[in-house]
Ligand binder design. Sequence first.
Ligand SMILES: C[S@@+](CC[C@H](N)C(=O)[O-])C[C@H]1O[C@@H](n2cnc3c(N)ncnc32)[C@H](O)[C@@H]1O
Length: 253
Amino acid sequence: MEQEQTGQAFYSQAKLYDRLFPGNEAAVAYYRAAAGSHGERVLELGCGTGHKLIPIAADGHRCVGLDFSPQMLAEARRKADERGVAVEWVQGDMGAFDLDGVFDFVFITANSLLHLHETEALVSCFQSVRRHLAPGGRFIFDVFNPSVRLLAEADGVRRTREAFADPARGAIRVDVAETYDSAAQVTRGIWSFSTESEPDFFTAPVDVRSIFPQELPLLLSRGGLRLIERFGDFAGRPFGADSSLQVCVCESA
Ligand SMILES: C[S@@+](CC[C@H](N)C(=O)[O-])C[C@H]1O[C@@H](n2cnc3c(N)ncnc32)[C@H](O)[C@@H]1O
């Protein structure tokens, strides 16, 4: 798979990623509760460093985490070992995967799904999920709700988006320059990390697909899945025009 498609370079800096995105506790609570309701065997695709999966495993579920990035998986393994939590970590592509057994609950969070850009890759991912869902199992994922206003603001100009403190380097500034490819429905970004003394010490592309609300159920149905419910946030508010998220609850069709 192409580097630009997966953000492979970006995710090679797993510790930096965890500092930049220290975690969304509402998402952790939501996915823990969902795992609690839907069963014992849990699979996360694009699990990263295990921010959601490690707490779910600590609740007593049998967990498998699949990710493309060896560095993210190594950090996930280190954190799980540190907490004394057992998770099976698998390096693989969520676009097409074949694991042993089936799962009661499969999830993809934090826009990880949007690293698949081609429609066929999304459908293939959903088909793989369908093959791994136990009877009565649930598949839940969250992706952002594309705002045409925000997409139109992607003008290629580099702007500071984030700032955080890193124990090794000190204060880090993150600048992002993005353009939007409306034919591909992909936002193409360059993320640059700088300190006062080391400008651009790390630069990597990050490209993310938009999935528009009306195409989403069609993609799912081509993958053999059915959208049961869609929420606009992790508190369970109804999905609507002003929602920033699409939290999608699915089952086998
Ligand atoms: C935004 S991070 C989210 C990580 C984690 N789910 C979380 O909530 O913190 C996206 C993750 O998806 C992974 N990823 C990207 N493309 C992938 C693919 N095709 N197959 C599997 N994992 C992929 C990246 O390596 C990265 O760890």
